[in-house]
Design a protein around this ligand. Sequence first.
Ligand code: GLA
Length: 392
Amino acid sequence: MTGHLGSAFDRQYGRPHVLAWSAPGRVNLIGEHTDYNDGYVLPFALSHRTTVAVAPALGPQWMVWSEASGETVTFDADDLMPGRVTGWAAYVAGVAWVLRSSGVDIVPADLAITSDVPLGAGLSSSAALECATLGALLDLAGADVTDPSARAAWPALAQRAENDFVGVPCGIMDQSAATLCREGHALFLDCRSLATDHIPFALEPAGLAMLVIDTRAPHRLVTGEYATRRATCEAAARTLGVPALRDVTDLDAALSALSDPVARSRVRHVVTENERVLRTVDLLRAGRVREIGPELTRSHASLRDDYEVTVPELDVAVDAALAAGALGARMTGGGFGGCVIALVEADATAAVTDAVAEAFAVNGFVAPDAFVALPAGGAAPLPPTEAPPPRT
Ligand code: GLA
């Protein structure tokens, strides 16, 4: 991939890149719509990655080329303001804007982006792009990119780019996964304190596999519905007199204090989902990985019935996977389309995949895609040995 990337950069810009970083897509094992409620999440990184190769620009303009779009977008220092760069390039410009506003001495650069993170599938291709760009631009600026405490601040920087520059009110989970995940582990993140713990998540020794099923359902209403869910949760927390729904300790008391049935459902999801994350972490720590299946399935039911962020394709995929023997299955990510994860016996991946495909055919849905996920590592520079020779 590096050779390909190097030649892509060379071809686009007629000179070699100076350095390159990559960052992964993610699936969330459990802990959905909890991050912006100061709760707990447990994502892991995929082996699918977005790579950003970079070199200082030759003039005053930034140039950003992406293989996926085939486009080159240009902007200059004056455009590093919210609203001035739109579309996919806003994720890159947003990161440059955040870095500049936090005092990093960045200079205009040329960037080439390649990626094998499926786009629009809810696997956080945008966080992968933000975090690979962040690593590349900080590295190019001469920042210490190896210091773990500096690295711990990256997710909030990337999230700010997405919230304030791109205009998507996401939480901090995806950028944390893209930055901090470790191979073979899931990332247990407390979204209030930002404390992290890397939970061993090896499925192969247990004879298990994690299937990711991309329903290919078109994302509809995602940003609007997401913002509405978030606002409902924040309003409920205000009514309950707590800083965030994470602080609800007595669910029954909270439910009887809320008059709006929609708010009650949303609160019930958030509170029970946080409990499911904690139970899942306990089970994984105890090496009882097989037993997390029911937690995943309960999470899906809660997202379907209480949080109301599923669509028929997600529900059919989960039901078909469970009927074909999956130990647990749930939608992953924001919802309204995207992917389902299914915990399956390693020798049952084909049977479960086929069962979901068949159920989709029966329902007249577009055929799904599926792959087996192995927990991978977060943002990293491409090894220097793979980088092109320095310019003379
Ligand atoms: C999207 C957002 C995340 C998180 C999930 C739901 O992926 O980007 O911050 O809120 O939805 O858990």
